[in-house]
Design a protein around this ligand. Structure first.
Ligand code: PLP
Length: 399
């Protein structure tokens, strides 16, 4: 009987709209890339430069990946109608596992449909009620949910607060196993977890370390392997979860990589691995090509670094409040919720597509525009973006 809940939800949906918290999906009329076409409201289609995709290396719309995916689909078929352990494993799945594992510098890896599923499966399979898990207060929703699914004691430490983590490790010292889980890069601020310190604490208090490197795999670190490479702690991180849906082509899929026995165990026990379908051959083929491109030539990474430094410098010089850092996530802090939304609208009118983030995604009074740079942006595109920020920023009295 669809009655009470219908009325309830209708009311709550209207409330979201009046509070400005209702999420409308903008429809793209093009493949993903630095230049897109999109519609504003009911208006006409218009061109915009895209500064809000996780397309860090610029691979998402690249023909090489679509071609590799098409070849894999041609050879291995559209779908497998099976989980991995029944009849869903083909040669390319095994190859992708060894290639991503080699790229990340780990001993082994398993594929999952997404990083969300990777995080959904890893904690429950490894930790029981006698264990303890330590999680940064700003970890990604999928890390939070994965931890909810396991019965271990949960300790939430204040964001990047290593003293708080240490105190909680002391509080949980009687647990059978301890595991510290952190995002490698936090997506709202672009700040990086202090992995050397986390690894040292893990060694001091006998804990495992898991890093969700979704916003780092492919481009952070000298060879783009991620935050563990950046911090030079590659052999001190036990588990990495990551996505193929961001820098590595941006389609979908994810993995857990790490120590051999941990991965072997996940292959036996991780529920999203056992009870959800295998990744389709096309995605496997596309992702293998993305790893080849990401690990082979450094020019995508170098361009991304150049773009990030150039944009950050110009925006600071223009007088914007930028959160400092080196990550291609560049939060332009506006504080005020309404101002952030008006800024994003004004930028779209100037042909720059960015998104404003406000409470509850970020703390109250910390509204911002999150700019994300890509290796696919040219200097000319960056200049157009910077000029648009300056113009709209002046109009709105931000600078
Ligand atoms: C994007 C993201 C995910 C989710 O990845 P999917 O493969 O899209 O499920 C998980 N963790 C973090 C930190 C992310 O940024």
């Amino acid at each position: 009987m669809y009655g009470a809940i219908k009325n309830d939800l209708s009311e709550q949906l209207s409330a979201l709209k009046t509070q400005g918290l209702y999420k409308d999906e903008r429809v793209l009329a093009t493949p993903q890339g630095p230049e897109i076409r999109t519609k504003t409201g009911g208006g006409p289609e218009r061109e915009a430069l895209n500064f809000c995709a996780n397309n860090y290396l610029g691979l998402s719309g690249r023909k090489e990946l679509a071609d590799a995916a098409a070849r894999a689909m041609e050879k291995w078929g559209y779908g497998l109608s099976s989980v991995r352990f029944i009849c869903g494993t083909q040669e390319p799945h095994k190859l992708l596992e060894s290639e991503i594992s080699e790229f990340l510098g780990t001993e082994d890896a398993i594929l999952l449909s997404s990083c969300f599923d990777a995080n959904g499966g890893v904690f429950e399979a490894l930790l029981d009620k006698d264990c303890a898990v330590y999680t940064d207060s700003l970890n990604h929703a999928s890390v939070i949910d994965g931890i909810r699914l396991c019965k271990a004691d949960r300790f939430i430490y204040a964001h990047m607060d290593m003293d708080d983590l240490e105190q909680k490790l002391i509080d949980g010292r009687d647990a059978k196993y301890r595991l510290i889980a952190t995002d490698g890069v936090f997506s709202m601020d672009g700040d990086m977890a202090d992995l050397p310190k986390i690894c040292s604490l893990a060694e001091k208090y006998d804990a495992l370390v898991l890093v969700d490197d979704s916003h780092a795999t492919g481009f952070i670190g000298d060879r783009g392997r991620g935050t563990h490479e950046y911090w030079n702690v590659m052999d001190r991180v036990d588990l990495i979860t990551t996505t193929f849906g961001k820098a590595l082509g941006g389609a979908s899929g994810g993995c857990v990589a790490g120590r051999r026995e941990l991965i072997q165990w996940l292959r036996q026990k991780a529920r999203p691995y056992l009870f959800s379908n295998t990744i389709p051959p096309a995605i496997v083929g596309g992702t293998r090509e993305a790893i080849r491109l990401a690990s082979g030539a450094p020019e995508h990474r170098n361009t991304l670094r150049h773009n990030t430094a150039r944009f950050r410098k110009a925006m600071e010089e223009a007088g914007f409040a930028i959160r400092p850092g080196e990550h291609p996530i560049v939060p332009v802090m506006l504080k005020d919720e309404v101002l952030a939304v008006r800024m994003a609208e004004g930028l779209l009118d100037e042909g720059i597509y960015v998104i404003a983030f406000s409470y509850p995604v970020v703390p109250k009074g910390a509204a911002r525009i999150r700019v994300q740079l890509s290796a696919a942006h040219t200097d000319e595109m960056l200049d157009r973006c910077i000029e648009a920020f300056k113009k709209v920023g002046r109009d709105l009295g931000v600078i």
